[in-house]
Design a protein around this ligand. Structure first.
Ligand code: ATP
Ligand code: MG
Length: 256
């Protein structure tokens, strides 16, 4: 039975999508069966997995509005080695269209239950907001992976997310936990980043993943080829770090 993880941080551009697609590819590489769910109308995780969001007939939008099942809407990314439930701009309308629907925050959870037995990991790429879409992700998940840059305001931004997760845990999804904070785009030469990294560790202890993802230009180049860095350039430092992170996740779920 798959463990389901949201990759979330309401802050924009912190590396959520990069983490989702590279973790998915890394997990596939170490033999895990993976479904990657794009919950962001930007569709970056879809494109970054080699799936053209403009060509998709069915997306997560249809799944949330119950006009298609995940079995019908998912596609296989052969190059990446995992399945993709894609998204495009249409998804931006879902928020409004779901306003009057009952149990609207549980739509994704219900849909995933049908395919959960077919995977080891389901990863959900969340948009940069604490919206109804993100709430659907949090309601469906066992845990949240929070990518963060070690910058001055990083801890401050975390408070909102942690409070939201606590509320969802208390009211909607008792299974939900913060699995861990992932330090991304890390540059050890910058003293401030080292300091914030140390602060994170003393605040959150073993909730901080051991793996650190370095700033690496190959990870940033990969999406323009429609690939995760892990597939585009497996030898790159950033790619190797994400495969290492995949291994850490495989170990971590044994303790869940
Ligand atoms: P959004 O909030 O818009 O969804 P995001 O949190 O998903 O953004 P990404 O799109 O993954 O963030 O990353 C933002 C930018 O940083 C992208 O251009 C990406 O290629 C780049 N990037 C992410 N991780 C790294 C890294 N480790 N090294 C270098 N560049 C990176
Ligand atoms: Mg993103």
């Amino acid at each position: 039975m798959a463990k389901i993880f949201c990759v979330a941080n309401q802050k924009g551009g912190v590396g959520k999508t990069t983490t989702t697609v590279n973790l998915a590819a890394g997990l596939a590489k170490v033999g895990q069966r993976v479904l990657m769910v794009d919950l962001d109308p930007q569709g970056n995780a879809t494109m970054g997995s080699g799936v053209d969001k403009r060509q998709l007939e069915l997306t997560i939008y249809d799944v949330l509005l119950e006009s298609a099942s995940i079995g019908e809407a998912r596609v296989r990314s052969e190059k990446c080695g995992y399945d993709v439930l894609g998204a495009n701009r249409e998804l931006a309308g879902a928020e409004v269209e779901m306003v009057d629907i009952e149990r609207r925050e549980k739509r994704l959870k219900t849909a995933l239950a049908e395919v959960q037995a077919q995977y080891d990991f389901i990863l959900i790429d969340c948009p940069p907001s604490l919206s109804m879409l993100t709430l659907n992700g949090l309601c469906a998940a066992h845990g949240v992976v929070v990518p963060m840059q070690c910058e001055y305001f990083a801890l401050e931004g975390l408070t909102d997310l942690v409070n939201t997760i606590k509320q969802v845990h208390a009211n909607l999804n008792p299974d939900l936990a913060i699995i861990g904070l992932l330090r991304v785009m890390f540059d050890p030469r910058i003293t401030l980043q080292q300091q914030v990294s140390d602060q994170l560790k003393s605040h959150f202890g073993d909730k901080v993943f051991n793996t650190v993802i370095p700033r690496n230009v190959r990870l940033a180049e990969a999406p323009s080829y429609g690939l995760p860095g892990v597939v585009f350039d497996p030898a790159a430092k950033g790619s190797q770090a994400y495969v290492e992170f995949a291994r850490e996740m495989v170990e971590r779920i044994k303790t869940l």
